[in-house]
Design a protein around this ligand. Sequence first.
Ligand SMILES: Nc1nc2c(ncn2[C@@H]2O[C@H](COP(=O)(O)OP(=O)(O)OP(=O)(O)O)[C@@H](O)[C@H]2O)c(=O)[nH]1
Ligand code: SF4
Ligand SMILES: [Mg+2]
Length: 415
Amino acid sequence: MRSTPKGFRLHIGIFGRRNVGKSSLLNAMTRQSVSIVSDVAGTTTDPVEKPMELLPIGAVLFIDTAGIDDVGALGEMRAARTRQVFDRTDVAVLVVAAGDWGPFEDALLEEFARREIPTVVVFNKSDLAAAPEAIRQRLRAGKTRFLHSVAHAGEGIADLREALIRAAPEEFINSMTVLGDLVPAGELAVLVVPIDLEAPKGRLILPQVQAIRDVLDVDAYCMVVKERELRDALDRLKRPPAIVVTDSQSFLKVAGDTPPGVPMTSFSILFARCKGDLNAFVRGTTAIEDLRPGDRVLVAEACAHHPIADDIGRVKIPRWLRQYVGGELEFSTVQGHDFPDDLSPYRLVVHCGGCMWNRREMLSRMLRCRRAGVPITNYGLTIAWSLGIFERALGPFPAALDLYRRSLRDAPSAG
Ligand SMILES: Nc1nc2c(ncn2[C@@H]2O[C@H](COP(=O)(O)OP(=O)(O)OP(=O)(O)O)[C@@H](O)[C@H]2O)c(=O)[nH]1
Ligand code: SF4
Ligand SMILES: [Mg+2]
């Protein structure tokens, strides 16, 4: 079975007080004992993830969370981990037991509305009591979908499935492409893939595989080369390729070997677009110009890959930025879903491509940076900027390039 990478799955978060039947609902949906069910409140302590196919949406990821009405220090920790799930939730399921709706449910519903996360309310344990009519009326008035269920008996599960399909955001039905829109059918994309110490043994990494798949999906084709062979490979072609995409680490060499008329960019910049908001990242990148020696920079990686000696986030980007600024900068690194609550010490956030994430989590992070007034950029854009090939790397994205050029015109002239 072809498995869809986690980052492209619709993330469905299951939330509610302790013991309302969240894990029972997940098990009923997946017809498996994914999550432990018990009558002890607080059974689920860490988010439990379960991928499944939910037709016609396709691949989804259910995230069963710890009940968040918990008290005490341990309860606070569980609640914090559950709140992190908000950031990557595309559709929220709010579970309520026996119609017991209170200020807690109101607060959660408000939080989802504020984040524009479509929500389905499930009145579980409806064998014990149904939702009070007043609450139903309020939900109807707010156009919030709701249904009743008896999780352990499988009642209401079909309704939940249908409600989730209706609530799924449009972009998941027509999900955004990595590369497909940049290569017309019948044209060629050249992908430059370094096979070095950082390359995993015996396989390609996810962004490369996704780019290849995308090109095939639009009836175009691609050639995959290492950076050393690029020039020779291009020389053999009768017509130039539609685009050259490189790993950011080989940017400078690839820029030199690719004829100026051929659009060129990096995998990381492609992901800045499909997993985040390219224009916002471009604006964030221009803040590198304002960095001064002594400033603090936060490097954020979405997943824990193994750092090696010449790691990109820990070694190469810091080196290039220090060179660009002409002095010492202080770097901190975070991984996974951890992200500081207080961003005020940082003058810049540099993020990885986020290929393992869904788009909402990256957009949530970008929103947090915007609220804190801290610019955020991404690996590929930072590297292109530091190496002086920013415009070249934005060539395939006219709107972003235009935005950048306008920002140059609007900037107060130095001196
Ligand atoms: N009567 C009734 N009991 C249910 C229903 N759904 C779940 N239960 C029971 O409620 C208890 C709690 O179920 P869980 O699925 O563990 O609840 P949870 O919300 O995941 O709980 P925490 O992980 O502790 O937050 C279990 O004993 C379930 O068997 C239902 O529809 N009706
Ligand atoms: S660190 Fe970021 S870009 Fe690298 S593999 Fe993980 S999610 Fe993808
Ligand atoms: Mg549970």
